[in-house]
Ligand binder design. Sequence first.
Ligand code: UDP
Length: 315
Amino acid sequence: MPSQNVLVTGAAGFLGSHLCDALLAEGHIVLGVDNLSTGNTANLDHLSSEPRFRFLEQDITRPFDPGEVDYVFNFASPASPVDYSRLGIETLRVGSAGTLNTLDIAHKYKAGYLHASTSECYGDPEVHPQVETYWGNVNPIGPRSVYDEAKRFSEAAVMAYYRYHNVNTHMVRIFNTYGPRLQANDGRVISNFMIQALNEEPLTIYGDGSQTRSFCYVSDLIDGIVRLSRSDEHAPVNIGNPDEWTILECAQEVLAVTGSSSEIVRKPLPQDDPTRRRPDITRARTLLGWDPKIPLREGLERSLEYFRSTLVVAR
Ligand code: UDP
């Protein structure tokens, strides 16, 4: 495909930075935007001498004009439960004003648009595995609502710009993803367990560990997202790995991969913590010819070196 001018918001984040890498590898010119509230410029350090990459520190909740762009990827938002709880109002703002501002950019320049949505739109799901046609079971006033409802508002905004302004929009519902650059201190299960295991500290299981998640390795996720961005699909598409694990099993995988002798301790389960989560990826398979390739064990092995390096920095 010919080289495009691409805007990536949330570029200094875990997924945003991997997306920038994938787009640059395809020959595109990338403007990465981030206000660094949860992003980290270290995720972009390796691009400092890349002439096709430029970074702009910018809060997307304020209107801005990046100049002519062919495509907008909207990946800006605090995303871990710890971060969006700490930054509740900012999360609501970026998922509302921020999304509208980036949609305005796509509208103005007749650019394509892909929005990073989330499995949190399904809340604590009564339908299992989650299909895109399920409307979800979200507590609109609970502690997770700042994230869940901001993301649900964003989906409504994206559909409106598609319907009313004919913007070429796409939406991915992202399920739990892990890999190098997952922020070491953002409290997510894989980063917590990997770091605890490498430090020979107890692994903290919230609740009884029977709740489930389905973990996708980052390169698989980015591959699915790039495919979706080129498709004709405007409705949401789940991208995630349908291999479902209890949190206890996940802890055991981490112990096996790290060779750690850490014990397991129990902590209280946070309010509204979804009891199960697993994507139905039939749509991604049929529409995009996409399937995740990397099983949890292999993805954790690939992430080991990164998590080790974060320990060195922390000390
Ligand atoms: N979790 C846990 N121990 C931790 C961190 C998380 O048991 O140290 C659990 C958490 O309660 C949830 C699951 O792991 O059930 C995934 O949590 P995470 O914060 O990674 O993301 P979520 O899928 O809840 O958005």
